[in-house]
Structures are given as structure tokens and as C-alpha cells.
Design a protein around this ligand. Structure first.
Ligand SMILES: C[S@@+](CC[C@H](N)C(=O)[O-])C[C@H]1O[C@@H](n2cnc3c(N)ncnc32)[C@H](O)[C@@H]1O
Length: 221
């Protein structure tokens, strides 16, 4: 499918898919949304002490924005993160060059390029606090058990990919999490909340990022 780079309301880029009229992030601000949903209500919620180590699974590595802000946050919080990003349709190097996250976040462009250039399937220690393994596969192939403290569930919306917001996918997410593990997502749909509850998650509605009233956080008890 055709992909175009556009600029969102906070000045950060995202990818637009004309055929679906769908974006990788909110048009109200890609960085703002990523920070609010995944860092504030995900990482900062579960990680309270320095020197902790955590494992994170990202559903949809895409532009690498969530990985970059998590890498930067790991340095700030002084926690060690093992990050696994699953992606079925990787971005290409021309797209990476048009994504302005390093300059918007006042970070090193070479670090952002490295996130994208490292080999798939192997873990790479990119900073003392952040190791990244990218897995090129489809979400339905995920078979991890009791492996992650946190899941960033960042699939395209249920309007365009309803099959990714079902009990069968959330069952995989529940298996992949350790006990007391947490999944965060920008979606607040009632059908999504009910699918999460049906597979055993305890689900909270939280205030959403700019332009969105609510989001969901699900905990494996
Ligand atoms: C909403 S985008 C978010 C991407 C990413 N989190 C980011 O910040 O750029 C969803 C991502 O899921 C990927 N994707 C869609 N369907 C998939 C599937 N069935 N299996 C694996 N990846 C998929 C897309 O290619 C896209 O990169």
C-alpha cells in the first residue's frame, strides 16, 4: 500500500496511508500521543525504581518512534530495557530519512538511523540502558509466554484492521505478559475493552492524549 510522510500538529512526522485514510499516529501530535499513551501511562506507571530491568513488547515497530522515546526515557529513569518490536511491513530507508523524530526530540540522528539499520531478529545493545530486537513477522505468529512486563499495543485502528483487536490477539498478549504485566493502547473502544476483559485482563479507562477523550490500560493479575 502507498505510504506518505505528513506532519502532525505538534510538528512531528507520521506516515499516512491514503487507501485507508489512516495514520501511524494521531494527527493531533505523533510525539505527544506516543509520550502520553506509552511512556506516561505505560513505562512510568510500571517502573518506579532506578536499576530495575524491564522487557517491553511493541505491537507494530513501524517508524521506531516508540522505541526512540523509550530509549531516551530509559536513560532518564536509569532503568535497563530489553525492547522487542514486531513488524510485518518495515519502513524503508527513504522513509526513515523523512521522519524528523531525532530533531524534534533533540536526539542524535545516528541513533535513530541505527534503530532502523540493525539486523532483524538479533538483540542489539544500543545504549547501556537499551537493547533492541526487531522481529519481522506478523502479530498472529507471536507465541511468547510470561516474557514481558509491558506491551505497547500500537496496531492500526479497529476501523481498518478489526482482526487485530479480537480476543484471539489479546489472548496472545495475555500469555506474553508476566504476572502483573501491563498492556497500554490508544484505543478506548467498548468492544476492545470487552475483548481484553474476556481473556482475563483487568482494564482501566484513562484520559487520552490531545484530541482523544480516553485510552485503555490492561493489567494481567
Ligand atoms: C499504527 S502503526 C504504529 C507503528 C509504530 N508503533 C510507530 O510508532 O510508528 C501499526 C504498525 O503495525 C504494522 N502492522 C500492521 N498489521 C500487521 C500485522 N498483521 N503484523 C505485523 N505488523 C503489522 C504496520 O506496518 C505498522 O507499522
Amino acid at each position: 500500500m502507498k505510504r506518505e510522510i505528513i506532519i502532525t500538529a505538534d510538528g512531528s512526522a507520521t506516515i499516512h496511508i491514503p487507501e485507508w485514510n489512516e495514520q501511524y499516529h494521531s494527527k493531533h501530535g505523533a510525539i505527544q500521543e506516543a509520550y502520553h499513551v506509552f511512556i506516561k501511562h505505560g513505562l512510568q506507571h510500571i517502573c518506579l525504581k532506578p536499576n530495575q530491568s524491564l522487557s517491553i513488547l511493541e505491537i507494530g515497530f513501524g517508524t521506531g518512534l516508540n522505541a526512540l522515546i523509550t530509549l531516551l526515557e530509559a536513560e532518564k529513569l536509569q532503568i535497563k530495557i530489553n525492547y522487542v518490536g514486531v513488524e510485518g511491513y518495515p519502513v524503508n530507508s527513504q522513509e526513515v530519512e523523512k521522519l524528523n523524530y531525532a530533531s524534534q526530540l533533540k536526539s542524535n540522528i545516528n541513533l535513530f538511523r541505527e534503530l532502523h539499520n540493525i539486523a532483524w531478529e538479533e538483540a542489539h545493545q544500543l545504549t547501556p540502558y537499551f537493547s533492541l530486537q526487531k522481529q519481522n513477522k506478523f502479530f498472529k505468529e507471536i507465541k511468547d509466554k510470561d516474557s514481558f512486563n509491558l506491551i505497547y499495543f500500537d496496531a492500526f485502528g479497529a476501523r481498518v484492521q478489526p482482526e487485530l483487536w479480537t480476543e484471539s490477539i489479546f489472548k496472545k498478549m495475555h500469555h506474553a505478559l508476566k504476572n502483573e504485566g501491563v498492556l497500554v493502547t490508544y484505543s478506548a473502544k467498548g468492544s476492545v475493552r470487552r475483548a481484553m476483559q474476556a481473556v482475563g485482563f483487568s482494564v482501566e479507562k484513562l484520559p487520552g492524549p490531545p484530541g482523544k477523550r480516553e485510552m485503555l490500560r490492561a493489567t494481567k493479575l
